[in-house]
Design a protein around this ligand. Sequence first.
Ligand code: KL2
Length: 562
Amino acid sequence: MTRQNESPGYQMLPRHLQTVGGRCFARAGFSRASCMNGRFPRHPWWTGHYQPSTYFPVNNWHPQHISRPYHYFGPHFPAIPTFPWFPPQSSWLHISHFNMDAKGDEQFRKRKKGMDDDDHRGTPWTKRPYPPASDLRVPPIPGTPEVFVPTGPQTKAKAAVVKRRWEDFGHHSQDAASKETFDFTVVSYNILSQDLLEDNSSLYSHCRRPYLFWNYRLPNILRELQEMNADILCLQEVQEDHYQEQIKPYLEALGYMCAYKARTGSKPDGCAICFKTNRFHLSLVKPVEYFRQNIALLDRDNIGLVLMLQPKTRWGRDIPMICVANTHLLYNPRRGDIKLTQLAILLAEITEVAQIQDGRFCPIVLCGDFNSVPGSPLHHFIKTGRLHYEGMTIGKVSGQEKYPRGQRILSIPIWPQSLGINQKCVYEPPEKVQERPERSLEEETKEKTDDWTAESDKRVESSLHHHFSLSSVYSHYFPDTGMPEITTCHSKSAITVDYIFYSAANNEVCRQPGSDIPSNGLQLLGRLSLLTEQDLWSVNGLPNETNSSDHLSLLAKFRLEL
Ligand code: KL2
């Protein structure tokens, strides 16, 4: 049997792609493994993994040569054009008409159909080839800490820029100058995994094709990380092979130690937390999986990662630890029930490691892509520590959609007791869980019909709580114009979904009631400003020539009083 016969999806491809090979376009019945092995080339050129071509010297290279599938070049043209490892150059700006062509651009076509299937457990992912880390030629890093975004007409040789400003709040804390303090910076950045980019190519139809290749994006991402020079990096959508072979070695050379948690299931990306070894000792690594074999609700492969870090100071006395958590919650806009449960698991895990004494917690920094917008019930829950969800539809939880499609009402409770996590997002001792055998919703409702306390009971039961007092580094709207801040921008949306939450020093909740013990919270000293949607479209949205993810990086500076 031929491969064409094995896959109905494959037969649907245009003739040239049936023989050229490359990515698997139909996940069902046509695994990546079978796609990448056998007679299919190990280096599909359009994924950005290039074999050097003897016909096509680097200095004659022109981006237009890779703007079309190679069969357009005719039979005498080299089969695999060269796409060398080289830094972004302004000379690239003379490229014309690099927008992706919808018709015939089959190599970037979405491989699987069905809306929101961001997390279906599919066929195993097969590692694709890539140049080794030693081949990386990252452009020299200019001394300026500013991050630039180019703008202006595509044909101009010199790009205009939209600057992201450093917003300094340090003046609030001048009295702290006399105290012993520990200042540190944190980045949260969804770097857009190449695999997801190719899976969801329709989101990037506004982009010039060369900017979507991994070999182009990687040096930009690494340069941006190096420029920000943060003490802690919380990265999402880090593809495992890119992490192991390129990102981790590069960051280690910059003085970071890195921890990584891959998604469960078939998607090849995960979350990383990297920290400067001259600033912190690593005390604990806690990978968090949201998938549970026996709980139908938790059938998705998202993950989180929690680190306990001990600041290194010259005083060398007992310094409070810092808990750093990073996650990428489920994308599916309709499944707020799953998102809330994933968040509850992460909060329960943080509670386990961040509790110090008397119910107090060490300072917490919670970063990530929460796939929920500011003001949504999920965001409200993180910030206020409570959520009354009775009668709320699952599609409303994340606020991603103006007209939410998930119409089912959140069940009470949202997750089954067998998860072992109570409504305060804390792991419950197993005895407690056993004491209260699981009842069906009908049973519970029937029991309570005649009970005069039923209503107030229901209100308590349909409320979520958590013990942390978290503030958001960003305010989500520009105070002068009221325009929303944007953290992710592509063809289908421009919204905030990324956050850095932290235990704020001025929050009384961080303090034991009536106690003189210092609050142990963090003071926000500054942040790198975000942009409006208009700013981003003025530079062709994301990713673009300079910013190589569909998210912006978030950067904050904190102070810990010792
Ligand atoms: O919005 V994201 O992009 O936080 O950057 O998180 C998810 C989405 C990521 C991981 O699942 O993949 C993207 N439509 C739009 N984006 C999608 C879709 C989809 N159907 N599926 C996955 N993603």
